[in-house]
Design a protein around this ligand. Structure first.
Ligand code: NGS
Length: 392
């Protein structure tokens, strides 16, 4: 029928028109997207150049990459004891990379001078994920002679400093090691730690803070001193508080500071690689310069073994922060054996009353004397005389 045929023809023509519209729309979309992608890659180039202005741009976005960073909900606490699935890690990693990229872009927008964006001759910013990580490490408990270690670690500079040679590090990290009378442990730690930090592409310096005399050890106060003294040298943005007897077993446990304070020594061989309790913050822990200042550092009242790290965990919570952790298969350590130190009999009492002192006891009333300071090849050594805090 001619009318029906005409109608069919008319319908077909409409279908063709619709198809043409869809194709045109797709082309337009592709064109627009390519514009966005171009802009993104331009911004990346700008960001790379921005890092040349080290101090300035670094301070604008001080947070490091949290590759596997997770929260500390009870569910998470349970999950730290198991191996986290690769899929989970990947999701977290890409989320963090996206955040970092966003931060980079913000930093980029803040830079207005076009002359900052043209010179590509200086090293680029290091990649978010250091490319030479190997994962599980062979830990050496019997290191060679100190002189041999010194001559092998050619990339380490006087005072225990290291930084990547081919890119600008994203992290300026002070490693603070409270210390007394454990030369063999120190040698072993340095032997294991330096190569790992170099692979992690952090710009770091190792500080050994030694307590003078034979009185009760005050780990917390030594870490406060380490923080203060390190900042006199350089504007570190990240602090790793590190016991001398813990050897990292995996270089994916990045010595950087993420958004939240991070407990690093989650799984220690001595504890059968299980976290003893959810709020543990002892062993090895990471805090940014600002977080540490925000909590007023560690308490100064804990003389003898135990409790000072629990008090720090309380400070962190009181300030609305929380302890983050890498999964237990990454945050693994071997502990070197030693005599058990004398526990502080008053530690539970101080823990209970700690809250009252958060504002008055810490960096704010820290008193010490710097007795000596030296910079041998593998570390910066500070000998300090601690002054017990006066009752306020
Ligand atoms: C707790 C201590 C912490 C200590 C943790 C692990 O009991 O300071 O054991 O110690 N708290 C109190 O004593 C209140 S460890 O065996 O790793 O030296 O960090």
């Amino acid at each position: 029928m001619p009318v029906a045929a005409a109608l069919a023809l008319w319908h077909r023509a409409h279908i063709y028109k619709a198809l043409v519209c869809v194709v045109l729309a797709l082309i337009a979309l592709q064109y627009l997207l390519s514009g966005v992608l171009d802009r993104r890659s331009l911004e990346t180039i700008f960001t790379i150049n921005a890092t040349r202005y080290g101090d300035h741009s670094y301070r604008n976005h001080p947070h490091g990459l949290i590759i596997y960073g997770l929260g500390t909900s009870p569910a998470y606490q349970a999950s730290t004891l198991n191996i986290t699935s690769t899929a989970q890690l990947t999701v977290q990693a890409s989320r963090d990379i996206n955040n970092a990229t966003r931060q980079d872009m913000n930093a980029t927008r803040a830079i207005s001078s076009p002359s900052n964006t043209t010179d590509l001759s200086t090293p680029q910013r290091c990649p978010l994920i250091p490319p030479n990580l190997v994962g599980p490490l062979t830990v050496t408990k019997n290191p060679p002679e100190l002189s041999v270690i010194e001559s092998t670690l050619t990339e380490v500079k006087q005072g225990g400093r290291g930084w990547p040679s081919d890119c600008n590090s994203r992290h300026r990290v002070a490693i603070i090691i409270p210390y007394r009378d454990r030369p063999q442990h120190l040698q072993t730690l340095l032997y294991n730690l330096h190569p790992m930090l170099l692979r992690q592409q952090v710009d770091y310096q190792i500080f050994i803070v030694e307590q003078e005399g034979t009185g009760q050890f005050n780990r917390a106060m030594l870490m406060n001193v380490g923080y203060v003294e390190a900042l006199k040298e350089r504007e570190f943005d990240c602090f790793i508080f590190h016991d001398v007897d813990l050897l990292p077993e995996n270089d994916r446990n990045l010595y950087t500071c993420p958004e939240q304070p991070r407990h690093m020594s989650v799984a220690i061989d001595k504890f059968k690689y299980r976290l003893p309790y959810a709020d543990l913050f002892g062993g090895v822990s990471a805090m940014s310069r600002d977080q540490f200042r925000q909590v007023n550092g560690f308490s100064n009242v804990f003389w003898g073994w135990g409790g000072e790290d629990d008090d720090m965990a309380n400070r962190i919570k009181a300030r609305g922060l929380h302890i983050s952790r890498y999964p237990a298969n990454v945050a693994r350590y071997k502990m070197l054996s030693h005599r058990r130190e004398k526990a502080n009999p008053r530690r539970y009492e101080f823990l209970k009353t700690g809250k009252k002192r958060f504002g008055t006891d810490g960096l704010i009333n820290l008193e010490y004397q710097l007795v000596d300071k030296k910079k041998p090849k593998l570390y910066t050594w500070l000998l300090v005389r601690l002054t017990p805090p006066q009752p306020s």
